[in-house]
Design a protein around this ligand. Structure first.
Ligand code: ADP
Ligand code: ZN
Ligand code: ZN
Length: 727
C-alpha cells in the first residue's frame, strides 16, 4: 500500500489529532467525507495533518476506508481551513472539534449537500462558431440572446420555456460554460452628510493600506455606524465582501434594515445561532461562493468563508458575547483580527467603551485610534451625571429620596425614565461602610469573596480562605457587609411607591421569547411606558428614543469584586447606560446611588472621561499583574465532588510545574460559580507576561491531562480557557 492512498481526516470527537483512512478515489484537502468511526458513521473533513499533533498508528492493515466522498460541494476553501487551524492551535482545542464548531450544523452531518448553481451561462468559442440551424427558431433566438452576454437560468427561461434543457445540452457539448456571478452594481440609499469628525475618521480609514486594525472610539450616538456604512460602500464598490460582527443583542431587525436600506441592491446575509439550519446554511454557502456581499452576524459568523473579503467591522468590540464560553472558547474579535492580518485588509473595531485589551494595543502602536467625541445629531450635549451619596441617607428598599423625587418629576412631565440595576450578585466582596475597607487576599491581588453560609472569605485566584471578620480590620467598625446588597426587591418596591407609573421590566426572563424585543420597542415607542427597569441587558446598544432620566442602583457591587474585570465592565456599562439619556432634543440626567462618591470610577463618569479612567485601570492591572499586563489561561475541572476536581488539579499542577518555565501557576481554587448543574468546579490559573511562554506550556498540556484524567474515571471533566473573560 502506497502512502498516497491514506489520508488524514478530522472528525468531531473530543480527541486530539486527525485519523488515517484509506481512499480509493483521489481526495483533496477540504473535502467532506463519510467515514466509519467505531460503531458510528461520521462526517469528516480531509485535512493536511498538523505536524506534531499525533497521528494515531498507521498500520495500514487496520485502516478503514472512507465510505463516501461528499462532493456535492467543492472542497472547503483554504482560507477557512487556515483559520480553523489557527483557532485549534491557539485555543488548544482538538482540530476536529474546532473545525466542526466552525461549520453550520447541516454540514456537520454525514450526508451530501448540493447547492443550486446560480452562475450564468455564456457561449464558449465553440458555441459561438456553431449557431443552431435557422429553422430552429427558438433555439436560434436563445443563442442570439447569449451573444449579448451571459444569461442566468431564470433570464434564459424568460426567453424560452425550454431554455433549461437546451442550455444543459450545450453545456455537455462544450458550447456553453458557467461564468462567475458578478456582484450587483452598487446602489446607495439615502445617507446624512457626515460631520467633521466622521469625515476625518472616514478619510483616515480610506487611506488605510494592507492589514491595519483601527479603533473607532466614538461616544454613544456619535455616528460610528454611519462611518462603517460609508467604508462598507467603498468595499462594495470595489466588489469586495464585508464581514460585520455585532454582539448578540445588537443584531436587531432595525440594524439589518438599516443595512438593507443603505445597500438596496447588495446581497446581505445574516448569520447567528438562532437561524433555522437551512437558512444558516444557505447564507453560509452564498458567502463562500462569493454570492453574498455583506455578512452581518454574531460571533460564529467570524468563520464564514469569504473569498473576496475586503473589510471587517467589529461593532461594540468590548462586548462579552464575542467570547464563546463553552466548547471551543474562542474570541471572535481576536480571530477577526487574525483573519484581517492573513487577508491583508483593514479591520475596524468600534466602541464607546473599548476593552482594555484594545486600549493597550492602541498604546503599543499596534492599533490606530480614531475618535468621535460628539453626538451626531439632536442635542449634542452629554447628560449631566450626578452622584447620590447614600452613606447617611435612609433608603427604602434600596431606593433613596433623590432618585424617587427625580422619578416623580419625570412621571409628572410624562417623560420616560430608566432604572438600571447592576446585578452581579453571585460573588460579593465584603466592605466597610465607615472607612471603605474591602476584603483583599493577603497572598495575591484578587479580592476575597464572601460565602455567607460558611462564614468564610475565599480567594478564587489562589485558593486562600479565612473566616469573615467580626468587624472592620482597619477601623473596627462592626458595620461590614457584602457590597451590592439590596437590589433584589427593587422592582416591586418601585411599583408600590409609584403606583400610577407604568413599569416595564427588561431582563433575561422577559426577553427570552423570540419577538420580545419587537414588543418592547412597540410599547416604548408607543408611549406606553413610564419607567423601564432592567439589568445588564439595558446597557447595550438599544435606542429607546428619549430617556430624560437614568437612575443607576447597586453599582457599588462592581467597584470591588473578585473578578478583576468587574470595574472595567461596570464603567463601560455605566457609560453606555448614561449614553441612553437625552439622545434627542433634551439633555438627559443620570443619577448614580453610591456609598463611594469619591471613587475614581464615578469621578470619571461625571467628567465623561473614558480615556483617563481607562489609563488608570490599565495601570492598576499592570501593577497587579492582571491582563492585559499578563496572558492567562484557566484550567478548569469539574466533577460531582469538589474534592475530585481539586485533587485532579493538584496533580495537574505538580505535573506542569517542572515544565512551566516563565509561567506562574496558582490554585487550585473553587471557581467563582463553584456549583453549576450538579457539578462542582475548580480551576488553576496559568499566567505569564510572555504569551509565547504560556503557549509553550499549553502545547504540552492536553495529552498530559488526558492521561491524568483517565486515572480519575469518567466523572471528571477538564477544559482549557485561553484568554478567559469570565471566572
Ligand atoms: P453610533 O453607531 O455611534 O451609535 P449611529 O451611526 O447609529 O451612531 O448614529 C446615531 C444616530 O445619528 C442615527 O440615528 C444616525 O442616523 C444619526 N446620524 C449619524 N451620523 C449623522 C450625521 N452626520 N448627520 C445626521 N445624523 C447622523
Ligand atoms: Zn472600616
Ligand atoms: Zn489570593
Amino acid at each position: 500500500m502506497s502512502e498516497r492512498d491514506s489520508v488524514q481526516v478530522a472528525v468531531d470527537v473530543p480527541l486530539a489529532g486527525t485519523f488515517s483512512y484509506l481512499t480509493e478515489s483521489p481526495v483533496m484537502s477540504g473535502m467532506r467525507v463519510c467515514v466509519p468511526f467505531g460503531p458510528r458513521r461520521l462526517c469528516g473533513v480531509v485535512v493536511t495533518p498538523i505536524p506534531g499533533e499525533g497521528v494515531p498508528d498507521c498500520d495500514s492493515a487496520k485502516l478503514k476506508r472512507i465510505e463516501m466522498v461528499l462532493d456535492g460541494l467543492p472542497p472547503l476553501p483554504e482560507e477557512f481551513l487556515a483559520l480553523v487551524r489557527f483557532a485549534a492551535d491557539y485555543y488548544h482545542h482538538p482540530l476536529g472539534q474546532t473545525l466542526f464548531t466552525a461549520l453550520p450544523t447541516t454540514l456537520r452531518e454525514p450526508r451530501d449537500i448540493k447547492r443550486p448553481d446560480r452562475r450564468p451561462f455564456a457561449l464558449t468559442a465553440q458555441g459561438l462558431a456553431e449557431p443552431p440551424p435557422a429553422r430552429q427558431k427558438a433555439r436560434l433566438a436563445l443563442w442570439q440572446a447569449l451573444l449579448d452576454g451571459p444569461l442566468t437560468l431564470e433570464a434564459a427561461k424568460a426567453h424560452t420555456p425550454q431554455a433549461g434543457k437546451w442550455l444543459a445540452d450545450w453545456l455537455a457539448e462544450g458550447k456553453t460554460e458557467r461564468v462567475a456571478l458578478e456582484p450587483p452594481a452598487l446602489q446607495l440609499g439615502e445617507s446624512p452628510a457626515l460631520n467633521d469628525e466622521q469625515q476625518a475618521a472616514l478619510d483616515a480609514l480610506r487611506r488605510s493600506e494592507g492589514f491595519q486594525p483601527w479603533l473607532l472610539h466614538g461616544i454613544t450616538g456619535s455616528g460610528k455606524t454611519e462611518v462603517y456604512l460609508r467604508l462598507i460602500a467603498d468595499s462594495l464598490a470595489a466588489r469586495r465582501q464585508v464581514l460585520v460582527l455585532v454582539p448578540e443583542i445588537n443584531l436587531t431587525p432595525q440594524l439589518i434594515d438599516r443595512f438593507a436600506r443603505r445597500f438596496p441592491a447588495s446581497r446581505i446575509v445574516v448569520q447567528h445561532s438562532h437561524l433555522a439550519d437551512g437558512e444558516r446554511l444557505q447564507g453560509w454557502l452564498d458567502a463562500w461562493h462569493g454570492e453574498a456581499d455583506v455578512v452581518i452576524g454574531t460571533r460564529l459568523s467570524v468563520f464564514t468563508p469569504l473569498p473576496r473579503l475586503g473589510l471587517i467591522v467589529v461593532d461594540e468590540e468590548h462586548d462579552g458575547s464575542f467570547k464563546q464560553q463553552d466548547g471551543l472558547r474562542y474570541h471572535a474579535r481576536d480571530l477577526a483580527v487574525w483573519r484581517a492580518r492573513r487577508a491583508g485588509i483593514a479591520i475596524v473595531l468600534g466602541s464607546a467603551t473599548p476593552s482594555l485589551e484594545t486600549v493597550a494595543n492602541v498604546e503599543a502602536g499596534r492599533y490606530q485610534k480614531l475618535a468621535l467625541s460628539r453626538r451626531a445629531h439632536g442635542a449634542a450635549r452629554l447628560p449631566d451625571v450626578r452622584l447620590v451619596d447614600t452613606r447617611r441617607k435612609k433608603l427604602v428598599e434600596g431606593l433613596g429620596e433623590p432618585v424617587l423625587e427625580a422619578l416623580k418629576t419625570r412621571l409628572a412631565r410624562k417623560e420616560m425614565s430608566l432604572v438600571f440595576i447592576n446585578r452581579r450578585g453571585f460573588a460579593p466582596v465584603v466592605a466597610c461602610t465607615a472607612c471603605g475597607w474591602t476584603s483583599g487576599c493577603p497572598h495575591c491581588s484578587a479580592k476575597l469573596v464572601v460565602h455567607l453560609m460558611e462564614r468564610k472569605l475565599r480567594c478564587h485566584h489562589c485558593g486562600w480562605e479565612e473566616p469573615v471578620p467580626p468587624a472592620c480590620p482597619d477601623c473596627g467598625d462592626p458595620d461590614i457587609k457584602p457590597l451590592g446588597e439590596g437590589t433584589q426587591r427593587l422592582e416591586s418596591a418601585l411599583q408600590r411607591m409609584l403606583p400610577e407609573a407604568r413599569v416595564l421590566r427588561i431582563d433575561r426572563d422577559t426577553t427570552s421569547r423570540k419577538d420580545a424585543w419587537d414588543e418592547i420597542y412597540r410599547k416604548v415607542n408607543g408611549g406606553e411606558v413610564d419607567i423601564l427597569v432592567g439589568t445588564q441587558m439595558l446597557a447595550k446598544g438599544h435606542d429607546f428614543g428619549t430617556l430624560s432620566l437614568v437612575a443607576v442602583l447597586g453599582a457599588d457591587g462592581g467597584l470591588y469584586s473578585a473578578d478583576f474585570r468587574a470595574s472595567e465592565r461596570l464603567f463601560s456599562q455605566l457609560m453606555q447606560v448614561a449614553g441612553r439619556a437625552g439622545r434627542a432634543e433634551s439633555p438627559g440626567e443620570v443619577l448614580v446611588q453610591t456609598q463611594w462618591p469619591d471613587h475614581p470610577l464615578y469621578q470619571a463618569l461625571v467628567a465623561h472621561d473614558f480615556d483617563g479612567y481607562a489609563a488608570s485601570l490599565l495601570n492598576e492591572r499592570r501593577q497587579a499583574g492582571f491582563p492585559p499586563g499578563v496572558f492567562q489561561a484557566l484550567l478548569r475541572a469539574d466533577s460531582p465532588q469538589l474534592a475530585q476536581a481539586t485533587v485532579f488539579l493538584r496533580e495537574a499542577r505538580q505535573a506542569l510545574e517542572p515544565l512551566a518555565e516563565g509561567v506562574l501557576i496558582s490554585g487550585p481554587a473553587p471557581a467563582l460559580m463553584a456549583r453549576l448543574a450538579q457539578r462542582e468546579r475548580a480551576q488553576l490559573v496559568l499566567e505569564s507576561p510572555q504569551r509565547a511562554a504560556l503557549h509553550r506550556l499549553l502545547d504540552v498540556l492536553p495529552p498530559l491531562l488526558d492521561g491524568l484524567a483517565k486515572t480519575h474515571g469518567r466523572a471528571l471533566r477538564w477544559s482549557l480557557d485561553v484568554d478567559p473573560q469570565d471566572w
